[in-house]
Design a protein around this ligand. Sequence first.
Ligand code: TMP
Length: 238
Amino acid sequence: MEKTVQLYEGKAKKVFATDDPERVIVSYKDDATAFDGTKKGTIAGKGTVNNRMSNRLMQLLELQGVPTHYVEELNERETVVKKVSIVPLEVIIRNISAGSFAKRFGVEEGIVFPEPTIEFSYKNDALHDPLMNAYHARALSLATWEELEQIKSMAFRVNEVLKAYFLSLNVKLVDFKLEFGRLGDGKIVLADEISPDTCRFWDADTNEKLDKDRFRRDLGGVEDAYQEMLRRVFHDET
Ligand code: TMP
């Protein structure tokens, strides 16, 4: 499958049309941003890591009954995915306190929750992705109640599968962000990416951060952390 025109360029990916109206090609960049794009940089090799890792996780999730947009990896940075219209919600699941949760509620990072939590934010950079509940999403007609229920149960299912999977790689899945899309027939599928950009990964023994927080917080060793996560996810292939 070949790229035709570029449809969109986001902060971390470009999306191209193909000759199939139901398929697009995503191309992952090494560009990194944080804090609504106010912090900018490059993480060498990130596009490759995120593309390969996300594809592997989407395939694992498909096998576990979670429908995704994944179709076919073309090369290290490019993947064919089903064309969706993105539901403008960032769906965040948390197992352990960190990041904006720790800040908002004035708690330390690292508290293991009695059960996972979910939150939505409105995907809107100009408004800084404000936190939103399901009623707000309905008020703005972002999704139907049925879709919101589906999104919620799919997100918790993704967490069950990925939490166990990453633990088998000696990684704690602290929290992560998902996005969902609608296919042409309205079916909701998991879209976007699952990568060190969109998850917090802590080494299970040392709690060393193996994700984009190394970039956000200027901790150094950013590229090495991404490569280490890729190595763990593909350990059975090397
Ligand atoms: P937060 O603690 O900053 O709200 O982040 C929660 C999770 O969501 C974390 O794993 C990082 C991810 N995330 C994104 O993927 N995109 C974003 O724009 C933000 C703010 C967080």
